[in-house]
Structure formats: C-alpha cells, structure tokens
Design a protein around this ligand. Structure first.
Ligand SMILES: Cc1ncc(COP(=O)(O)O)c(C=O)c1O
Length: 423
C-alpha cells in the first residue's frame, strides 16, 4: 500500500479524527468556519509577476510558495481547498489542531474525474508486476458511472481486477469479502446514502473491519454533504464529492473534490499536474469557493422541503409507498438522509404502474416552472423521474429548495390528479 496509509496516519485518525459523539455540529459554527477569509482573487491574471530572479525555480522546487501556471495551481484553487478541509475536518480546531497540517484537499473538473484520479493514485505506487488480482471493494449501489469506472476503465488502464461488489450495508458480508480476498483489496469505496434507494452504510462499522484488514476507506459524500455528515469523524480515510451537486447548489457548473491525508493529497496533486485533470479556469475555483459558503443554508432549505414533501407523498392515496428516512441512520445530523426521496405509484399491474410513471413524466415535461432551485445540471424534468431499474412505478425525486414546499405539493397534487384522470 502507498506511503500515506501508514501507522502514523492510523494513530492520528484514532486519536484526533474519529470522534465518539453523535453529529450535532452547530449550523452557525459550521457556516462561520467554511466562510472564513472571504476574498476575491485576481482570476484574470492567474500568474502573478515574479519579483526576483530565480523565483520560478524556487517555486517549482517547493522552496518558495507561489504559482506560475494554472494547471499546476492557483491562489483560488488553494483557497477553495482550504475551505474544503474546513468543511470536512474543521472540527480538529476544537482540539487545538490546525486541520490544514494534517488534512488536505484538491479539486477536479468533475466528480467522476475526482473518483477516477483517486483510484489511479491508489494503484500508482504499486509496482505493475504486483497488481494482478488486486481490486477495489465497491458498495453494491453506487452512482451509475462509477460502476463502469471501477468495473472496466480503471482495471483495464491500471492492470487490476474488476471491482468486487459487496452489500456494504451488511458488515458481515464486508468482513467475509475481505477475508476471502485477503491482501487483494486496495480500498473500500461506497456512498453512505445511496441514490435513489437511500440505503445506508455505517462508516463506523466499515472502519472497524477495514482496520483489521489494513484497507483504506473511501466514501463519496456527495448526497449527505459535510453539513449532514463528516465521514472522517467516523473513520473514513478519503472523502470525495461531486461538487456539481450541493457544493455548487445552482446547477450551473461541474466540479469534483477530494479531501484526505495531506500526504495522499500531495500525491494526487502530483498526478493531476501531469494528467491535466484540473479546472480549465481559475474563475471556477472562485465560483466554488464562494458557493460553498451557502451550503448550510441551502441544505437546510432542501431538507425542510423534503420533509414536508415526503409527508405529503407518503399519505397520498395514489402513492403505494414513499421512502425518505431509512430505518437506521445513527450518525448523520438529526438522522437526516439528505434531500433525495423516492416513491412508488399505485397501479393494478406492472404495465399500469409504468404507464402512470410515464404520464407523470409527461405532466412534468408539459408543465415546467415549479422546481427552480435545482442542484444538478439539466432541467427540472430530470429531478423527478421514473427509474425502471427499481420496478415499475418507482420515481426518484431530488427535492429542490423552492421558497415554500407548499407550491411543490400543490403541483404534485395536480400532477397526480392528472395521472389518475381526475382533471
Ligand atoms: C454520488 C455521485 N457521485 C459522483 C457523481 C459524478 O459527478 P459529476 O457529474 O460531477 O461527474 C454523481 C453525479 O450525479 C453522483 O451523484
């Protein structure tokens, strides 16, 4: 395994990063922390002029701080990384530590690029001749593009085996898989809350078993965000985000982020410098830097809406079932699972349920304009959509943060009346 995953890191984790308390981070404290040092950067001039001869080489050799070329780094990218560290590990300050001394962050043009680069960075230090048979242990239900990334693209490129899919919600299955594949698993990767099924993987349990087998734990925290859960507290080693979603919050730009041990982040920085997986433009780093400040307030509004919309859907006579709150969710803020929910429409047969979903989609397509504050790229019709893989009648709804959920509820009521022909 790589140099960063060593005893010193394990000790630091156990002593400082992992906390016993339940997650009840004060919203104001969190907001203040991630908004600190509000500045604008001169993104029109990425490369400041040198002030003395020889400065360029001092920067390249790391003897002097500074930037000279956007692919290699910029002030805005550094400032964004700083905020990301505070978002996921700012709580270290409460123990008198400077989070930046131990935890680093870096950013990517997309969430997928962040995931791909983490996987490559994990495998890279392993000599090619020793890679055969190695694999990532992957949660059963991950984002649909992560699946072929770990199943085909990374294995083919890096000479490892296809990911081993395991139900990470079941710790006995994880343990059995690690035992059976002893010495072959290079990391455990999962999404703590899956989209759209809302299955929950308990990072504390995963950490306990991963520790026994000496395997790093990587979570994709896109849907919970550090407002609801900070996986480093629970024993994760590396946290990934698609910033395209809630970290941005406006659905107008893509980005990815990785937060983890400083040594691993330095190694990752080295990789992205040469493979060019960086924002094409410093203004994007500035945009995410600014938008992260809005995360606590935005998430609160998403969640408030999701709670009442779920209540409405779960009682609607034409909704067979609605899911928002998994049975067990011990470590997130107030046991909240995010702002995605799902529901299944009633119907006498599979065909009828499917037809009802299509009628609902038709209604949304023909009557847009209600969901304005979306967090994903794409139109509002993409947010409430039938997902055939989970059975006919199944609908996923990524709840927006509209001013007042009642407007959305009235809209849903009309849409469902339309589907069930009570126009
Ligand atoms: C959980 C999760 N991870 C990763 C991604 C990929 O992120 P991006 O679209 O920014 O590449 C997504 C995208 O929807 C996602 O939902």
């Amino acid at each position: 395994m790589s140099d960063w995953f060593n005893q010193a890191w394990e000790q630091f984790k156990e002593q400082y990063l992992i906390t016993d308390e339940s997650f009840d981070l004060d919203q104001k404290v969190f907001a203040e922390r991630i908004s600190r040092g509000q500045t604008t950067f001169d993104t029109s001039r990425i490369n400041p002029a040198f002030s003395r001869g020889g400065e360029l080489y001092d920067i390249i050799e790391g003897k002097s701080q500074g930037h000279f070329y956007e692919r290699v780094g910029s002030a805005a990218k550094d400032a964004l990384a700083h905020r990301l560290v505070l978002a996921e590990a700012g709580y270290l300050e409460e123990q008198g530590l400077n989070p930046q001394d131990h935890i680093g962050a870096t950013t990517f043009p997309t969430g997928m690029s962040a995931i791909a680069n983490v996987a490559e960075a994990l495998v890279m230090p392993i000599p090619v001749k020793n890679r055969e048979g190695l694999r990532i242990l992957q949660g059963n239900n991950v984002y649909f593009h992560t699946e072929p990334l770990f199943g085909e693209a990374i294995p083919q490129k890096m000479g490892i085996e296809s990911a081993l899919k395991v139900d990470t919600t079941n710790i006995d299955e994880v343990r059995a898989a690690l035992e059976e594949n002893k010495g072959r698993i290079i990391a455990i990767f999962y999404e703590p809350i899956t989209n759209p099924l809302l299955e929950y993987t308990d990072t504390r349990k995963i950490h306990e078993v991963a520790k026994e087998y000496g395997v790093p734990v990587i979570t994709d925290n896109t849907f919970l965000t550090p407002f609801l859960s900070q996986p480093l507290r629970e024993g994760a080693d590396i946290v990934i985000h698609s910033m395209t979603k809630y970290m941005n919050g406006e659905g107008d730009a893509m980005g990815g982020a990785v937060i983890g041990p400083v040594e691993f982040i330095n190694h990752l920085n080295g990789l992205q410098k040469v493979n060019g997986a960086v924002f094409s433009d410093s203004e994007l780093a500035q945009l995410f830097y600014d938008r992260i400040s809005n995360l606590p307030e935005n998430m609160k509004r998403h969640i408030d809406n999701a709670v009442v919309i779920y209540d409405f859907l779960s009682q609607h006579p034409n909704v067979k079932s609605a899911t928002y709150t998994p049975e067990e969710l011990p470590h997130t803020r107030d046991c909240i699972p995010g702002a995605v929910l799902n529901f299944t429409l009633k119907g006498d047969s599979d065909e009828e349920r499917l037809a009802n979903v299509i009628a609902l989609e038709d209604y949304i397509i023909n009557n847009p304009g209600v969901i304005e504050n979306r967090v994903s790229l794409g139109e509002e019709q993409h947010l409430m959509i039938g997902e055939r893989d989970y059975g006919p009648g199944f609908v996923r709804f990524a709840v927006g943060r509209e001013p007042g959920a009642m407007k959305v509820i009235r809209y849903l009521n009309k849409a469902l009346d339309h589907v069930y022909q009570k126009k």
